[in-house]
Design a protein around this ligand. Structure first.
Ligand code: MF3
Ligand code: CO
Ligand code: CO
Length: 340
């Protein structure tokens, strides 16, 4: 998911600022943005405080008005074009066909890995199996690998981990639940999908929070058609999740997707009907609600990636990549023989 928060600003930009500050001379005075501050990574009085040169100032102003890394040119000579904002891209039929292929491949990886999710396997082994399958069998690229410095090919988020868990030595045991999040690039286009998997029998709360997250995703998908607003979707998801005494994580959201991993728009899983962008045919984006069994607050672990619930309650997430069609929706990451 992309790193949006309530103000519409992005925690992900923290990484981006770091990139900018090392690439645009002179470098920042303190590198102070390494440490997320109270407002989600940006200094409360504005990130500009940390930056001295005019050129880095431009970079940070760009961040504050929402320009994405993908549109940023990291050289002095070309810095003037940074003010082109990213707009929602409408895919033509060729692009849609490529999105279908990428989506199907991502779905296939989740299908393939299911049988390997057993007590005793490590998340690192799951990552390696997915990596090899994507690269050698699908002849595709695992999008997370080296994305903004992410070190692995999939995300594995176990129990109270919300998202962006880094695969490693952790061994799965009976009773665990894990979100596996797969994004592949095929022919330059991305497909992004995730689902919960249980290791042995889940706890009652684990099963419940996973079901609520899944139903929330389905409700969101069913609403997708031209002319509705993204706020309608966010509202429906929030309403359902909160009616079921769970909570919606606000700091991370769904996203436009295509040639870019994270394109506009941000797809919030909460909100008000009739607000935010209006959908039109040819838009492609993800819905990927993160639902906590307890309170909605999250924190970022010291590894800089793994997001966990602050109260250590269980968290679940399901994700699909969607196309807005002339009359409704096409789920580009639908798995064979699976519900949504
Ligand atoms: N797949 C995630 C999403 O749904 C993003 C993972 S970014 C990574 O948007 F760097 F953590 F891999
Ligand atoms: Co996503
Ligand atoms: Co994903």
């Amino acid at each position: 998911m992309v790193f949006g928060n309530r103000a519409g600003r992005s925690l992900g930009f923290v990484h981006w600022i770091n990139v900018v500050s090392v690439r645009i001379p002179p470098v920042t005075a303190t590198g102070g943005l390494q440490k997320p501050g109270p407002s989600g990574g940006l200094h409360p009085k504005g990130a500009l405080l940390y930056h001295r040169s005019a050129w880095t100032t431009i970079a940070v102003v760009a961040v504050s008005i929402g320009i994405r890394r993908e549109n940023f040119v990291h050289t002095r000579a070309r810095a003037l074009i940074i003010f082109a904002t990213m707009a929602i891209t409408i895919k033509n039929s060729d692009e849609i066909e490529k999105m279908r292929v990428a989506g199907r491949l991502a779905a296939d990886v989740l299908h393939m890995i299911r049988a390997h999710v057993q007590p005793g396997i490590t998340t690192g082994e799951l990552d390696r199996i997915c990596h090899d399958y994507i690269v050698n069998v699908q002849k595709a690229i695992p999008a997370p690998l080296n994305y903004r410095g992410f070190p692995k090919s999939i995300c594995t988020s176990v129990n109270h981990q919300v998202c962006h868990g880094i695969p490693g030595e952790r061994m799965l045991k009976a009773g665990d639940m894990v979100n596996i999040d797969v994004t592949v690039i095929k022919d330059e286009y991305h497909g992004d999908t995730s689902k919960m998997m249980f290791v042995g029998e889940p706890s009652i709360i684990g099963r419940r929070v996973s079901q609520v997250a899944h139903k929330a995703l389905c409700l969101g998908i069913e609403m997708v058609r031209p002319d509705i607003h993204l706020g309608d979707i966010g509202h429906a998801i929030q309403q359902y999740v909160e009616d079921n005494r769970c909570s919606v994580v606000r700091e991370y959201c769904g996203h436009g997707i295509g040639r870019g991993f994270h394109e506009d728009p941000q797809v919030l899983h909460y909100g008000k009907p009739g607000t935010r962008e209006r959908l039109t045919p040819g838009m492609t984006f993800t819905i990927e609600p993160m639902v906590n069994a307890g309170k909605r607050q999250v924190k970022l672990l010291k590894d800089g990636w793994t997001v966990v619930t602050k109260d250590r309650s269980l968290s679940a997430q399901w994700e699909h990549t969607l196309l807005v069609t002339g009359t409704g929706v096409e789920v580009l990451t639908q798995r064979e023989g699976d519900g949504l």
